[in-house]
Design a binder for this molecule. Sequence first.
Ligand code: IMP
Length: 433
Amino acid sequence: MPGTVIVGAQWGDEGKGKIVDLLAQHADLVCRYQGGPNAGHTIIVGGETFKLRNMPSGILAGKESVIGAGCVVDPEVLVQELDDLEARGVATEGLVHVSGNAHLIMPWHVAIDQASERRLGKLQIGTTRRGIGPAYADKAARLGIRVQDLLDEKILRQKLETALAEKNVWLERVYGAEPLELDDVVRRLDRVAPRLAPFIADTSLLVDTALRDGRYVLFEGAQGTLLDLDHGTYPFVTSSNPVASQAATGTGIGPNRLDAVIGVAKAYVTRVGEGPFPTEIEGADQERVRELGGEFGTVTGRERRCGWLDLVALRYAVRLNGITSLALTKLDVLSAFDELPVCVAYRIRGGETTPDFPAHQSDFHHALPVYETLEGWSVPLGGVTSLDELPSAARRYVGFVETQLDVEVSLVGTGAEREAVLASRGVAAVARP
Ligand code: IMP
């Protein structure tokens, strides 16, 4: 019963979609276990670019795709996504399964996310404004509306009426925003409910059965470890748990079903939104990395902040997720630099140097990176087809990461296409360790 988790090892946008797409060629089922349309997985197949939001990346490989109970779903965005995929010849019927227990992102969640960020002003989190935080907050407060509620018009209207009575007070009195009309919200949901109904399934049973039958299941994390609600750089985090162990909870299977964890990290670091970022690059080099790496948000179009590779943070991600091997993406972007600083430790308050991620927020906020500078390779990686063919300085860069973290780098990304990933021992062997 092979189950492999693919998890973001930094602040999201590590290129997970592309790695999932590659490994999905060898999988039977791909499951999303947390997050919602704040995720934006960009995948290029046969020269065509797909930007997925709610949908597991496995759908592009024609695999059964599950949206688990731990996810939040914007029903209108999902319908749009299904329609777009079908219009571009990607089959979804009979392949996409949405947990009835996943929570719905309602129009008031989006309105509150936007109003709350506006009100926070300089203190804002820099959310994607897709209603993620308010939807998870209502789930925890037991006021949420779930995917299965779409199946019963009467129950749905009752729940909407109860929720909206309270949410409109918040919108009007707390945020000074426009209230929402019950009939409008009901109409919007009535439009999408029949389209989504055939996709709603008992996904816990479905995934467990697949694993028992010996089918190979990939679990696709969204966002990244440092955006984890419990273990990330709180409060500049998302409202769910991207870490690998959530793959079990968010799908509804036992933790002993997970065999391997592939952490995905860029060969440098990016971050969108606010919050501390010790290795953020100063000056023109930041702009250079952003341009070369195309570091602009898939969902929001925002500029991503760019930094040098941070092995303190990555060491933390290895620990939190139990990472068994790493996929190091976008190595080609570093071809433009003669010298490559890599952060191996932080200098924290009192002048102490530590290789471990600080447990106290103030230590992290004030952490200064301690760099080792590695030699660059200064040639494009375009034609390289195996790890052995990499320039020796690039091999040393990858080897340095392995030695520092004591984890194998099993995949290296050298370009945007599905083919531009070098595998240490064949993609199938990496996918099914
Ligand atoms: P939210 O998830 O929209 O609530 O945003 C909370 C924080 O997570 C913000 O800093 C966002 O920029 C960040 N975030 C959310 N989703 C992603 C993602 O897919 N990639 C990178 N950052 C993300």
